[in-house]
Design a protein around this ligand. Sequence first.
Ligand SMILES: NC(=O)C1=CN([C@@H]2O[C@H](COP(=O)(O)OP(=O)(O)OC[C@H]3O[C@@H](n4cnc5c(N)ncnc54)[C@H](O)[C@@H]3O)[C@@H](O)[C@H]2O)C=CC1
Ligand SMILES: O=C(O)CCC(=O)C(=O)O
Length: 367
Amino acid sequence: MDMILFEEMSIGDYEQVVFCQDKASGLKAIIAIHDTTLGPALGGCRMWPYESEEAALRDVLRLSRGMTYKNAAAGLNIGGGKSVIIGNPKTDKSEALFRAMGRYVESLNGRYIIAEDVGTNEYDMNNIYLETDYVTGSTARAGASGNPSPKTALGVYYAMKRTAKEVYGDNSLQGKTIAIQGLGNVAYDLCQLINQEGGHLVVTDINQEAIQRVVRDFDAKAVGVEEIYGVTADIFSPCALGAVLNDETIPQLKVKAICGSANNQLADIERHSQLLSQLEILYAPDFIVNSGGVINVADELSGYDEERATVKVKAIYEQMGQVFEIAKREAITTAEAANHLAEQRIAQMLNVRRTFLQTGKSAICKR
Ligand SMILES: NC(=O)C1=CN([C@@H]2O[C@H](COP(=O)(O)OP(=O)(O)OC[C@H]3O[C@@H](n4cnc5c(N)ncnc54)[C@H](O)[C@@H]3O)[C@@H](O)[C@H]2O)C=CC1
Ligand SMILES: O=C(O)CCC(=O)C(=O)O
């Protein structure tokens, strides 16, 4: 590994990285806590057959930092963290593996709260709950919120409507063509919402079954995995994995806007957001668009109320509008505007905390 860990941690301002190994269950995991200024770090656990340990480490560092920004911009009183388990979610899962992971989460004593991400689900969280209370998104107890994907999809839908309003002057998706990459948990529900509103879907996935389901249920048109970038559409919606907006793909785009659920869509945030802006393609920043899932699971920390969580998720519409306004007012890219929003809130709350209080009052105290 030619990566120097403490240097990486220092550059990205990470608080803590924990390597977890349990030989009996086969667990190899990394937990990254990026920033806990606003509260305990909350973020999902990705299970993925990473090609190297360095790739896993890079992913968890990138994703945990993203959670700090996402949680701050969403107005949540929680910090940013994430975890990865190195393994194949189709073949390597077991009760023991997730219980071993749960014990590592417990050992952090509330500094990190786990949830699901790509490759893990609410049933895995149920096994984690057997070892720790610091888990959200399970179905294991009263007040647990379960699978966050439907709420993530709802948030993407509202972000997409606000994006459509910004570009086309009307927030309706009726008659609009949306090109969707990746048809997993989030995108299936998103396709349903778009279809219900009369939008047209052009879709792709590496999984044929996922494609067939959406073609059958929502009258979508399927294209090849590489063709999706060149589809003539109103909005491109990346809902698979990260770094899909890069030097090769951006010049192929024939859309006026991008709004999707995938984390870390821009391969190089600064350069590629500038390039999109030069091409007059409006980029709806990923961590604002996809914050519905974490807004939903974080609601558990105050005693889960689905109605309240839904109201907060729908408010992504206004939040997106605010980001577009900041970008226009300050003549910066939308990615920069979203970052400013998050960074300003963290700086302001750090300042508020200068006043001494006898007892701490954090999100987790309210459980
Ligand atoms: N599930 C949630 O609540 C949240 C998800 N996200 C992000 O949204 C994205 C999607 O999440 P989920 O739907 O939960 O994941 P998922 O694993 O259910 O779906 C991902 C889909 O993308 C497909 N895919 C993978 N590589 C592809 C490629 N090169 N081209 C086309 N399709 C490809 C997969 O076959 C799969 O169907 C991920 O980036 C995730 O981190 C972000 C916030 C919350
Ligand atoms: O939605 C979740 O399960 C937790 C939040 C998260 O990991 C994410 O938003 O990427």
